[in-house]
Design a protein. Sequence first.
Length: 155
Amino acid sequence: MTMTRFGPLSTSPEGLILGDPGRKHLLLTPPGVSYRAHAAPSQFFAWNDIEGIVIELPTSRFRFPALVVGVISWSIAFSSGESVNMNPNDGAVTIFSRGHEALLDVGRHHVGGYWRTSIVAAQRLCDRFIAESPSRELLNHPEELLRAVIASARR
């Protein structure tokens, strides 16, 4: 299985990932959302208990923000001889569940913002999974799901 990525979303054999899979991230599966801080799941939220999810990641209007940041950083490093810190700060996701609020750090793939359209698509997808329980079955096929999200966002 190949890994597809669109903004903060990527696929794994287990489900859909929100955030950098090598860092802190959320794993969306049909039963619920697992928060993973490094390799082990540290918190689980069942979809039926989730009242809302708010994604707070920096955005950009540019479709390929990582490319621009990379070129600019390389130019600065080359012209000044200084190394540039390429480790992005974490973003955040807030999960509202059973009257409680969990603010979770989420690793980013690159410095700079994500294409705004990809963040909007990720937020809408989470909202749909909360509101429409049958739609969660789409998470059994993360590659196909993410390809459909990408096609829809690029129209």
